[in-house]
Design a protein around this ligand. Sequence first.
Ligand SMILES: *[C@@H]1O[C@H](CO)[C@@H](O)[C@H](O)[C@H]1NC(C)=O
Ligand SMILES: *[C@@H]1O[C@H](CO)[C@@H](O)[C@H](O)[C@H]1NC(C)=O
Length: 343
Amino acid sequence: MGPIWTHRWGSGPPQPRAPPPQMLLLLWVTVTMASVVAGGGPGGGSVQFLAVGDWGGVPDPPFVTPREVATAAAMGHAATELGADFVLALGDNFYYEGVRDEWDPRFQDTFERVFTAPGLQALPWFVLAGNHDHAGNVTAQIAYGHRSPRWHFPHYYYSLRLSLPGTNASARLLVLDTVLLCGGADDFGAGGAPRDAAAAAAQLSWLRERLAAARRDRFVLVAGHYPVWSAGEHGPSACLRRDLRPLLRRHRVTAYLCGHDHNLQFLWEGGVGYVVSGAGNFMEGSQRHGGAVPPGSLRFFYGAPESPGGFVHVRLEPAAATVTFLEATGRVLHRVVLPPRHP
Ligand SMILES: *[C@@H]1O[C@H](CO)[C@@H](O)[C@H](O)[C@H]1NC(C)=O
Ligand SMILES: *[C@@H]1O[C@H](CO)[C@@H](O)[C@H](O)[C@H]1NC(C)=O
């Protein structure tokens, strides 16, 4: 069986580096393992992943929250029972100010020592940065990819090609850095402006190119930290609504996945699914921006303050993409089936 995913670096500042040979080797090893899971485990014939956001513990001992620990355990169960080929980390990986350098003990205390369930041990993580990561050293999070076999963060933004095993169907996952696009001041849904306008423009033109090249992919998923739409505390990002939403609609993107608001949401607008999965460490029930999303678009919202956290499971099969919202208790909260872009 061939690799289920291959991987492309973004371009534009900061300049991409050629992958060191040992990293390609690691990628190949994880590809092989992922193919075995995809072909033989639950949900064979599909590509599956878990998406968790805002999971990054706390800066003081014990460097985790009870919700992060519970969510990690439940992700392990879900990977075993539903199947998973990788984990997508939607940013705010290290509260509250990211990491200092690639040797920062937080990589151990908040990541390696927490996501240890048997179902997770062999899974590659594909990582993007949130605003709290940008408060520290994101270069160090990228560099950590050379030190951990499961941490894959090749560039600030990058593209993953997913092959659905046993079919000719493929899917595309485009991973963005929305802090470079919109700035760090977008925390409360204000306009937001990037610190480096040229870098933001370069990322957007990279995205346009990748979307155009994804014409034949059966599913296209885009991921970033800030929401386009959210009914929660932070709400929609004006900058993404202006710059990203038209591209998602024009290219018939299947879904946009994000974190930032600390709950689980599904919104449906203009033929695009909007998945908020920001419940890996905190839970917030506020629907302060319920009036700021298009009428009727909010199909699911869960942020019960007593909840032990949650995450999302995505299954891509030739006929459908199924998004399942899970609580850290293991309870299925909501499930939505999205159609392929073309038969
Ligand atoms: C960020 O991390 C990289 C990789 O460890 C390191 O080389 C660099 O010095 C760090 N930057 C700062 C400002 O500490
Ligand atoms: C995939 O494409 C090849 C070449 O077009 C074709 O021969 C094959 O039957 C296809 N396989 C499936 C599973 O559709």
